[in-house]
Write a protein that binds this ligand. Sequence first.
Ligand code: SF4
Ligand code: SF4
Length: 387
Amino acid sequence: MPAILPRIKEKRIFMNTLDQFLAAAEHPERYAAKLKSEGASIIAFLCSYTPEELIHAAGLHPMRLFGTRGPIMRADGHLQAYCCSLARGTLEQALAGDLSFLDGAVFPHTCDTIQRLSDIWRLNTSFGFFADVVLPVKLDSKSAQDYFADVLGRFKAELEEWTGREITEDSLRRSIETFNAVRSSLERLYRLRSADPGIMAGSRMAAVIRGSMIMDRNELPGMLDRLIEEAESGIYREPPGKDKKRLILSGGICDHPDFYTALEDSGGVVAWDDLCTGSRFFNGTTETSGNLPAALARRYSRRLICPAKHLSTTARAERLLEIVREHRADGVIFFLLKFCDPHAFDYPWLKEFLEKHNVPNTLIEVEHQLPPEGQLKTRLETFIQTL
Ligand code: SF4
Ligand code: SF4
């Protein structure tokens, strides 16, 4: 039976709260090793449709994987080179033994790549727990909602069987409250930064989001409250940049803190984003009464949608335009991982939609490594000068 995640009693000594997020974001394997030494069981996930609340309520620690920035070789024996570097990089880490801290992994069915990676993972790795969570693709019908809640109920039963412990209604409610608190705090921090981007550099904000997908969720609400207080007090303030253009970053994941720095050096700033490593991760809260798996299904269906799921054909574009207007953005940067089919298919009509509404936009495609700094800055400066 895996150990239940303990509450960490020891006080960690760091300079400030942000340092703790930066350390976890930079070295998740060290953070994981510390959790393991305290008796935690760690369950990996790759997609923000993963019902983390259920994993947490089972007494396990959910941890998002982001792939590798190093060379990818072993994974090439299982996945074609035209799969996204997130899937190839994560499999590379697993096959190389870099994820030995894991006790299992969960694969929500979203894009084709994650669905196929799930089979390859199951057949080629030997972590203790494995689950496919076969979510509906279309999210807005009554039958989809009922099915979604059933799937979550089944996932709950799989977790209970593996841990040998019941996930009680109370423990699930407490986990939902924890995740609601984390999401609300992240949104608050984003809103503070949208109103005053100098409050914290973009690369640091990205580390806070990344860290929130890695760190002990029992500690996060308190840490985020402290971080917000410290940010408001001005201790993370960056030297003010004049006339920076306000931009929205739209895509799947952005795991490149240096991109934010290159953008800020080029005269822009990310005012908000439409990323699953950003606002899509914290958008929406879950009700804490009634049928809790159904409440979770509603939140995951109503949060900002990604192109691997469907609402109406125009839902994503309309929401992106709302974000542009709400955050007074000068333009949009589509930040796409090469070979990410869902986002690549969405891009042409999102671009057309934005252009119809006179929103300037550009496309930056990256792999697990960014293009050379000089090349990237030239492209960003060229776009920013047109705004
Ligand atoms: S972009 Fe969508 S499918 Fe891809 S990892 Fe993010 S939430 Fe999951
Ligand atoms: S949504 Fe795109 S980046 Fe995410 S796993 Fe699928 S193909 Fe890769």
